[in-house]
Write a protein that binds this ligand. Structure first.
Ligand code: HEM
Ligand code: CU
Length: 485
C-alpha cells in the first residue's frame, strides 16, 4: 500500500534506497563488533588468553569506537527516516554522510588494525601521544582524523535537518514545542513527537560534536607539535562533554522508533501533551549540563561542577524516560497488541533503557563513584541501555520496515535468545563491578575469570540472537518498500 504522500514530506522513492543501505550496513557491523566483544570477554575469562594485552586494547578501541559510531549512525537513520515524513530532507546529503562515514571507518579501522592504535575510543589526552612504542604518531593522527570526518558527516545531516525543520516549523524552538509549552500558542495534539525529539537531538548534538571537533583538532595539533601542550583538565572536559552528549543523542534518536511504530501496533496515536513537551525541554538542558558526572574523581575540577553533575544525574534521564515508558505502557495497555519480532524488540528497548538508567544514576553519586569508578559497573550500566536499549530499538525499526515484523518463528525466537544473552552479559559486568573488578583490564585475576567466561557465553547468545533477527531482515530488505502504512 502506498501511503498518501504529503507535499511537505520527502518523496518516498528518494528516501528508501539510502535508508536500506544504512540498515544493511548497520546490522552487519553490529554483528561483527559483537564478535569482537565476545573475544574480549573470553580473554578476560582467560579462555582466550592468546589474545594478549596489546591486541586486547586494540580490540577494545575498535569495539568502543565502532559500537558508538554504528549506534550513532543507525539511530541517525531512525531519526532521518521518520523526520523525512514531516519535512523535506535531502537524500543526497544523507547518502553523502554515509560515504563520508565509510571513509572515517576505513581510517579508524586502519589506525587500529594496521597502525596498532589502542588508546580507547575516548582518546584521552595525552595518551594518544604517549604510546610507549605501541603505535606511531601516524596511527594516532589517522584515528583522531577519522573521528573528525565522522563528526563532519553528522553535522552535514544535522544542517539539512535543521534547515528543513525551520522551513516547515519556523524555528527549532517551535519544533521543540516551546510556544505551546509556555501557552503562547494553543496545544496542537497532532504535533509529531518525532519533530520534538529531532529538535532536541539537533540542539544537543551539534553542541556536542562541535566540542568534539575542537578537542580532536587540539589532539592533532599536540600530536604534530608536542610542545603545544593544552590543559589536560580542559581536554578531559571537552572529551567527556562530547562523548556523553553524543551517546545520549543516540538514545534520544533511537527512541523515535518507539514513538512511531508502537502506535501502529496499538492502533492508537502517540499524542504530544504539555508534560511531554516539558520533559523534552528539561532533558535538552540537563543533558548538556550533567556531563561532569564523568569527572567526579577529578579533584582539580571545581567542586560545584561535581555537585551539579551528581544532582542532575538524579534527574537528567528521568523526565523523557517517564513520559516515554508511561506513554508506551498506556499505549499497549488493553490494546490487543500483536507481539511479533518488531513490537517485542521495541518494548525490550524501552525496558533496557529504563533499567539501565538505575545503575547509571547510582554511579553518578559521588560517594558511590569513589568505589565504583573505573570498575566493570560502568560497562554494566552502559551495555544495559545500549545493548538492551538502543540496539533493540534499531533492530525493531529494521524488522518493522524491512519485513513488517513478520519474521516467522526465527525472528521471534531470536528476540528471546538476544534478551536472555544480553541481560546475562550485563549482569556479568554489574556483578564484576560490585566486586571491584576494574574495567579496561586485558588480564583478570583468577577469581574473576568465571564472570568473564560466563560473559563470553552470554555474548555468544546475543550474537546468535542478533543473527536470527537480522538475517531474515537482510534477506527481505532488497525488496522491502519501507512504508509504515
Ligand atoms: C555481544 C555483545 C557485546 C559484548 C560481548 C561486549 C563486550 C564488551 C567488553 C568485554 C568490553 C570491555 C569491558 C571492560 O572495560 O573490561 C566492552 C566495552 C565496550 N562496549 Fe561492548 N559488548 C557488546 C555489545 C556492545 C554494544 C551493542 C555496544 C554499543 C552500542 C557496546 C559498546 C561498548 C563500549 C562503548 C565499550 C567501552 C570501551 C572502552 O572502555 O573504551 N558494546 N564491551
Ligand atoms: Cu554521562
Amino acid at each position: 500500500m502506498a501511503t498518501q504522500q504529503a507535499d511537505y514530506a520527502t518523496p518516498e522513492t528518494e528516501r528508501t534506497p539510502v535508508v536500506k543501505l544504512y540498515l544493511a550496513i548497520g546490522l552487519i557491523v553490529f554483528a561483527a563488533l559483537m564478535l569482537v566483544g565476545v573475544l574480549m570477554r573470553a580473554a578476560q575469562g582467560a579462555s582466550l588468553s592468546s589474545i594478549g594485552p596489546a591486541l586486547f586494547y586494540q580490540l577494545m578501541t575498535l569495539h568502543g569506537a565502532g559500537m558508538v559510531g554504528t549506534a550513532g549512525l543507525a539511530a541517525l537513520a531512525v531519526n532521518w527516516y521518520f523526520l523525512s515524513r514531516y519535512v523535506r530532507l535531502n537524500p543526497r546529503v544523507f547518502l553523502g554522510a554515509l560515504i563520508l562515514s565509510l571513509v572515517a571507518v576505513a581510517m579508524i579501522v586502519g589506525a587500529i588494525l594496521i597502525g596498532k592504535f589502542a588508546a580507547g575510543w575516548t582518546f584521552l589526552y595525552p595518551l594518544p601521544a604517549n604510546p610507549l612504542g605501541q603505535w606511531g604518531t601516524g596511527a594516532a593522527l589517522f584515528f583522531v582524523a577519522g573521528l573528525l570526518v565522522l563528526g563532519v558527516a553528522f553535522l552535514l545531516v544535522y544542517l539539512d535537518m535543521g534547515l528543513a525543520i525551520v522551513r516547515r516549523y519556523g524555528s527549532i524552538a517551535r519544533a521543540l514545542g516551546l510556544p505551546m509549552l509556555f501557552g503562547r500558542e494553543p496545544l496542537d495534539r497532532t504535533h509529531p513527537p518525532t519533530v520534538v525529539a529531532s529538535a532536541m537531538v539537533l540542539i544537543v548534538n551539534v553542541a556536542g560534536i562541535a566540542a568534539g571537533a575542537v578537542v580532536l583538532v587540539m589532539t592533532m595539533l599536540h600530536l604534530v607539535f608536542p610542545a603545544l601542550a593544552p590543559d589536560a583538565l580542559l581536554m578531559k572536559n571537552l572529551i567527556y562533554f562530547f562523548g556523553h552528549v553524543f551517546i545520549n543523542a543516540t538514545i534520544y534518536s533511537a527512541v523515535i522508533a518507539v514513538y512511531e511504530i508502537l502506535p501502529l501496533y496499538a492502533r492508537r496515536p502517540w499524542k504530544v501533551s504539555r508534560p511531554f513537551l516539558a520533559a523534552w525541554l528539561a532533558v535538552t538542558l540537563m543533558v548538556l549540563a550533567v556531563y561532569p558526572h564523568h569527572l567526579l574523581m577529578d579533584f582539580a575540577l571545581p567542586a560545584w561542577m561535581a555537585v551539579m553533575g551528581q544532582i542532575l544525574s538524579y534527574t537528567s534521564g528521568i523526565p523523557v524516560l517517564v513520559v516515554t515508558a508511561f506513554g508506551g505502557l498506556m499505549l499497549i495497555y488493553r490494546s490487543g497488541i500483536r507481539w511479533d519480532a518488531a513490537s517485542s524488540l521495541l518494548v525490550l528497548g524501552l525496558f533496557g533503557w529504563a533499567v539501565g538508567i538505575v545503575p547509571a544514576v547510582i554511579d553518578g553519586m559521588i560517594s558511590v563513584n569513589l568505589v565504583m569508578h573505573n570498575t566493570q559497573w560502568v560497562p554494566g550500566h552502559f551495555h544495559f541501555y545500549l545493548l538492551i536499549g538502543v540496539v533493540p530499538m534499531v533492530l525493531g525499526f529494521a524488522s518493522y520496515l524491512g519485513s513488517n515484523g513478520e519474521q516467522g518463528q526465527t525472528g521471534r525466537l531470536g528476540v528471546g535468545v538476544f534478551a536472555v544473552g544480553a541481560v546475562l552479559l550485563c549482569l556479568t559486568f554489574l556483578v564484576s563491578g560490585a566486586n571491584s573488578v576494574p574495567r579496561r583490564f586485558a588480564v583478570h585475576e583468577e577469581a574473576w575469570q568465571w564472570l568473564g567466561n560466563l560473559g563470553a557465553l552470554s555474548g555468544g547468545l546475543v550474537l546468535i540472537g542478533t543473527l536470527m533477527i537480522a538475517l531474515p531482515i537482510l534477506m527481505r530488505l532488497p525488496r522491502a518498500r519501507l512504508t509504515t502504512a
